[in-house]
Design a protein around this ligand. Structure first.
Ligand code: NAD
Ligand code: IPM
Ligand code: MN
Length: 357
């Protein structure tokens, strides 16, 4: 089985290195091939998603991705910015279903921004639609404002849109995921204001007819953001569009102690997938050896489970992560008094050791 390794920028190479060491310690034979992506891709080829990188991603059975982005590329035209690499991979590979599980490990209760009684036992799954919405809608750009009090000035605009088939397929993914859990699904939208959201909601209600064993409710995005930090355990599975899912998943991440703990899987309809931490390239801490590699290691576990058909190895990795947390090892983002502060590579090495016993 072939894994494309795309470390990217910022902390990407540091955290992916640790996940690769964990994969190498499993006693399996994976073929791994690395390629530059994001700013690193731009530096070598003039484009954030070089042709050779896209080719490798297409032919691999799964992709392990670090993160892309750096402020130094902010002045480039949009098509050349590092973020286009991850957006391009999602679109080219049709990775429309993004799973972002927010689990609070009991050992990290103190690291969460919420009181332990509100957050302990948290285990929610955000399913974010990943290839549609205002992220990809056309037209977009800057033009002359056609009407209203600002007529004639420049205006920036994007298009929020979802095709029926796009909503239906993510609805099926979400209902099926809910069936495997607590059978509760919350669809998050802004149907009180947005046409796209009312359309989304109507289709969720229609697809629900095929899943009568799942309880479906609907929540507006503003309320959902509030409920997530007020009573997060109310949620089991959340399904939402690309933009709302991006925002909600960062908020959910902080409940788990740190965004450095939140893995993700982005899947097509055949469970081919790209696996990446939900966080970015963290330019503020890049190169310091302090980034938390656990979200990436846990993403590798999701890869073993969803794309590589190795659920028992996925369990091993997740158990090893729990062990190192129980040993009190903490990168700075999850550090609390009384635990042991370690760096990125020490954390990775501890997970490798924990696999062995
Ligand atoms: P970010 O997620 O990179 O960082 C937000 C904060 O979280 C920072 O303080 C950072 O230090 C911290 N953080 C993130 N990951 C961490 C980890 N593993 N361990 C410890 N702390 C961690 O978000 P940002 O600062 O808004 O964006 C930085 C760059 O990353 C931008 O260029 C953005 O576009 C890009 N980005 C890329 C991806 C991706 O590749 N999928 C995702 C999000 C952001
Ligand atoms: C994420 C990131 C990306 C997104 C950016 C880097 C394009 O924030 O994976 O959550 O907005 O989807
Ligand atoms: Mn994001």
């Amino acid at each position: 089985m072939k894994i494309a390794i795309l470390p990217g920028d910022g902390i990407g190479p540091e955290i992916v290195e640790q996940a690769v060491q964990v994969l190498n310690a499993l006693g399996e034979t994976f073929e791994m091939e690395a390629a530059p992506v994001g700013g690193a891709g731009y530096e070598v080829s003039g484009h954030p998603l070089p042709d050779a990188t896209l080719k490798l991603a297409k032919e691999a059975d799964a992709i392990l991705f670090g993160s892309v982005g750096d402020w130094k590329y902010d002045s480039l035209e949009r098509a050349l910015r590092p973020e286009q690499a991850i957006l391009g991979l999602r679109k080219h590979l049709n990775l429309f279903a993004n799973f972002r599980p927010a689990i609070l490990y009991p050992e990290l209760a103190e690291a969460s921004t919420l009181k332990p009684e509100i957050v302990s036992g948290l285990d929610l799954l955000i399913i974010r639609e990943l290839t549609g919405d205002v992220y990809f809608g056309q037209p977009r750009g800057v033009r002359e404002c056609p009407d209203g009090p600002f007529k004639g000035q420049r205006e920036g605009f994007d298009t929020m849109r979802y095709a029926e088939g796009e909503v239906r397929r993510i609805a099926h993914v979400a209902f099926q995921a809910a069936q495997k859990r607590d059978k509760r699904l919350t669809s998050v939208d802004k149907a009180n204001v947005l046409e796209t959201s009312q359309f989304w909601k109507d289709i969720m209600i229609d697809v629900h007819k095929e899943y009568p064993d799942v309880a479906l409710d609907h929540m507006y995005i503003d309320n959902a953001a509030m409920q997530l930090v007020r009573a997060p355990k109310k949620f089991d599975v959340v399904v939402t569009g690309n933009l709302f899912g991006d925002i909600l998943s960062d908020a959910a991440a902080s409940l788990t102690g740190s965004i450095g703990m939140l893995p993700s899987a982005s899947l097509d309809s055949n469970n081919k997938g790209l696996y990446e931490p939900s966080h970015g390239s963290a330019p503020d801490i890049a190169g310091k050896g302090v980034a938390n590699p656990l979200a990436t290691i846990l993403s590798a576990a999701m890869m073993l489970r969803f794309s590589l058909g190795k659920p028992e190895q996925a369990d091993r990795v997740e158990t090893a992560v729990k062990k190192v947390l129980a040993q009190g090892l903490r990168t700075p983002d999850i550090y609390v008094a009384g635990t042991t502060k370690v760096g990125t590579s020490e954390m990775g090495a501890a997970v490798v050791r924990a696999l062995a016993n």
